[in-house]
Design a binder for this molecule. Structure first.
Ligand code: PLP
Length: 393
């Protein structure tokens, strides 16, 4: 097929829920993609933070292939090795106590919310089920995680939304103190608001949140679906904030491109979800877990340090462009937001036309989530295109 045939076939048959760029991707290697006519794109998106170890990664593909041949699925009625090994690794590298595996970020957050409500119900009975989230947050597209999402634009059409969610502004400790009342079982936060505009929370706010939650026996849930699995230069972002959440959800980058996610619980709430209280047919799938084990293996030691270094380099280079349309450059590791005066969608389209894939976020932010293993050569090539576009924007 050629580009226009793939695009036409898609638009005629798949629901039109996405406003796609007119690019049909055929294959990739490292952080470089090609369409069906051989046009090349440098990828600063990694499929929205998913393809953490890039495209055509031999080690990753080998692990997927070997596990697929051996055993692709058997259900959670039985035991399998990859999920068990993966949970052990996650525990060892985070200090959390138990893991539940799901297939996506929204599902992971749903599970985390269920855990928090049951924790509270077991200890205090009814009337303590509210979950506080932040204004401008994003937690997923299911009816409950839309309710958890602190942006009015998501609260349309699909009424009634799940009850029991309240929003408080990011980085306002006084407002948070008031919001965490007697009816609250959990506070759920993204340490860097991703979809909201790549907005890192203040350290003092996060420390205060951890303290207030601990004092009131409110569970602190960090939604690390976007910031997790090495994206910010440590395995999870909470490690850089010097706190330990009670629950931490993850998905996107965990399996390097296969659908996978989950949440980890700390000691205090590790055994809240007992037999029959939560489940997922595909959860802990052996192929996805084998892929995730390879991702964790690749993202250890030196490779994680390089994520930090490359992030510093990327943001320094962007700041040095002195492009008139740029108002701010922020982020951590391989998660970068560029505040822009020109409409962000326009900039993204111009980048695509010139062979660079970028994301947008919030109202005025160009968002960059390159594969964590991107080379400096690919970074430079992408930065060259970005400079030309930003200079003219
Ligand atoms: C992407 C994202 C989600 C939703 O993940 P899905 O896999 O699309 O369900 C939830 N929370 C955050 C912070 C995200 O970035």
């Amino acid at each position: 097929m050629n580009n226009s045939e793939v695009i036409r076939l898609t638009d005629e048959n798949i629901m039109q829920t996405y406003s796609r760029f007119p690019v049909a991707v055929k294959e990739g290697k490292g952080a470089t993609l090609w369409d069906f006519e051989g046009n090349k794109y440098i990828d600063f998106t990694s499929g929205i933070g998913v393809c953490s170890v890039g495209y055509g990664n031999e080690k990753w593909a080998e692990a997927v292939y070997r596990q697929a041949l051996k055993l692709q699925h058997v259900s959670n009625l039985y035991y399998t090795e990859p999920a068990a090994q993966l949970a052990k690794q996650l525990k060892e590298r985070t200090g959390m106590s138990r893991v539940f595996f799901s297939n996506s970020g929204a599902e992971a957050n749903e599970g985390a919310i269920k855990l928090a409500r049951k924790y509270s119900y077991d200890r205090y009975g009814e009337g303590r089920s509210a979950v506080v989230t932040l204004v401008q947050s994003f937690h997923g597209r299911t009816v409950t995680t839309l309710a958890a999402t602190g942006q009015d634009v998501f609260h349309n059409y699909f009424f009634p939304f799940t009850e029991g969610f309240r929003y408080t502004p990011a980085n306002d400790i006084e407002a948070l103190d008031k919001a965490l009342g007697r009816d609250v079982c959990a506070l759920m936060i993204e340490l860097i608001q991703g979809e909201g505009g790549v907005l890192p929370l203040d350290r003092e706010f996060v420390e205060a949140a951890a303290r207030l939650c601990a004092e009131r026996d409110i569970l602190l849930i960090t939604d690390e679906v976007q910031t997790g699995v090495g994206r910010t230069g440590t395995l999870f972002c909470f490690m850089q904030y010097g706190i330990k959440p009670d629950v931490c959800s993850f998905a996107k980058g965990i399996a390097g491109g296969l659908p996978f996610g989950g949440f980890m619980a700390g000691e205090k709430c590790a055994d809240v979800l007992g037999a029959g209280t939560h489940a997922s047919t595909f959860g802990g799938n052996p192929v996805c877990a084998a892929a995730a084990l390879t991702v964790l293996d690749i993202l250890s030691g030196e490779e994680l340090e390089k994520v930090k270094e490359k992030g510093v380099y990327l943001r320094k280079r962007i700041a040095e462009m002195n492009a008139g349309c740029v108002t701010a450059v922020r982020g951590m590791g391989m998660m970068t937001g560029i505040g822009v005066k020109t409409p962000h969608k326009e900039i993204a389209s111009k980048c695509v036309e010139n062979g660079l894939l970028v994301l947008t976020a919030g109202k005025d932010t160009v968002r960059l989530l390159p594969p964590l293993t991107i080379s400096y050569e690919e970074l430079d090539e992408g930065l060259g295109i970005l400079r030309d576009v930003l200079k003219k924007a």
